[in-house]
Write a protein that binds this ligand. Sequence first.
Ligand SMILES: [Zn+2]
Length: 82
Amino acid sequence: MSTPAVHPDTPPVPAAESVSSLASSAAEILVLHTADEQGMCTHCRAAYALLVPHPCSQRGWASRVDRRVVTRQTLDVLGIAA
Ligand SMILES: [Zn+2]
């Protein structure tokens, strides 16, 4: 019976594509989830029929992601430059 190879000393390396796609998802959310004249989120109302005050939770998430990501330098610093 063989055991799977486990290397606890080497943490998994995130793929550069994952970081980029996360950033582009966040960028889309920042564009879509904007406030209407009443201060509610336009996209949450249009897409999900939810009346949510702006910034909604998705917008909040996207703005946090957007601040950290993503330049070539970020990928270099993280050691995952393609
Ligand atoms: Zn929203």
